[in-house]
Design a protein around this ligand. Structure first.
Ligand SMILES: [Fe+2]
Length: 305
């Protein structure tokens, strides 16, 4: 423990694919130490016992220093960035360690929400050549349109984390990200008469979501005096032609903007973005019968203490 805590254990750099994103590289020895010190904690234990998730966060903070937690929180709240990538840097190839590492990270930032799809605080899901899903999430050959998460649940969804677990024969399918301050049409839609209308957002009838409630909310809202967005074309339930047209135009504009950026996410890496002002989606994959990708996701809120 003493050997790695003397100087800064991490470095924050601009991300190579996106001008607003940052990439955090950690001291490999410190990271190795985190995996070593948490090796006896099983995934079942962190699923059953919530305080163990914070224990993982504490262990990561222990090896990387308190300034690491301050930094990741600062990035997440900074309107100019609000997102970063980080990974296991080849210090482990074990899925259980991926889960533990992502759990430590999320609990340095906030608290994950219950994920209705998995019945846990995180969800793992795969994308394959064939699918049996009732949403675009797992349909490989369709573009997954830009959206924010959590529109149809009555919980704050301040951040989204996605980590790549496995990937084989995958061409395309990049994560696509758009910071709304880069969106050319933000003002146009923000100032539209329907911007303050409370829309119904719901996933009723979709078995995979296990959520049978509807939420009424505006498309845009303010946080820290800045415009934020909640938008998901699959969850928007308009009641009139005008309301439908408004959301369709937003969706068309989002899909057409040249400001959305595809980013590479190597296996063992994750991207975490502020869900209030970042939209995310996925490009379509090239057809391949052997296509396989598995991701983990967590989304949650910023704890106010
Ligand atoms: Fe999403």
């Amino acid at each position: 423990m003493s050997s790695v805590n003397t100087k800064s254990q991490f470095e924050v750099k601009p991300h190579s694919d996106h001008p607003r994103l940052l990439n955090i590289e950690m001291n490999k020895e410190a990271l190795k130490q985190f995996f070593e010190e948490t090796k006896d904690i099983g995934v079942e234990r962190i699923e059953y016992v919530p305080f163990m998730r914070f224990y993982l966060a504490e262990q990561l903070r222990e090896v990387l220093g308190e300034e690491f937690q301050n930094k990741v929180q600062e990035i997440m709240h900074d309107r100019n960035t609000g997102g970063f990538t980080i990974g296991v840097q080849k210090q482990t190839a074990e899925i259980d360690n991926y889960i533990k590492f992502s759990t430590a990270l999320s609990h340095l930032i906030g608290v994950p929400n219950f994920d209705g799809m998995s019945g846990k605080y995180y969800a793992r899901f795969d994308v394959k050549h064939t699918f049996d899903s009732d949403t675009y999430l797992r349909q490989a050959y369709r573009r997954f349109n830009l959206h924010t998460d959590g529109t149809f649940v009555n919980e704050k969804t301040d951040w989204v984390l996605m980590m790549k677990f496995q990937e084989e024969n995958a061409e395309g399918g990049e994560s696509i990200l758009l910071h709304i301050d880069d969106w050319d049409d933000l003002d146009k839609f923000r100032n539209h008469p329907l911007a303050n209308l409370k829309y119904e957002f719901s996933q009723k009838g979709r078995a995979s979501k296990n959520i049978d409630q509807e939420v009424y909310d505006t498309t845009f809202f303010e946080s820290n005096n800045k415009t934020c967005i909640r938008f998901n074309d699959q969850c928007s339930v308009p009641k009139t032609i005008e309301q439908a047209r408004y959301h369709k135009q937003i969706s068309d504009s989002l899909e057409a903007t040249s400001k959305a950026v595809a980013i590479e996410l190597p296996i063992g890496d994750m991207v975490i973005v502020n869900n209030n002002f970042w939209l995310h989606g996925r490009g379509s994959f090239e057809k391949n019968p052997k296509l396989y990708r598995e991701l983990l996701r967590q989304r949650g809120y910023f704890a106010e203490v």
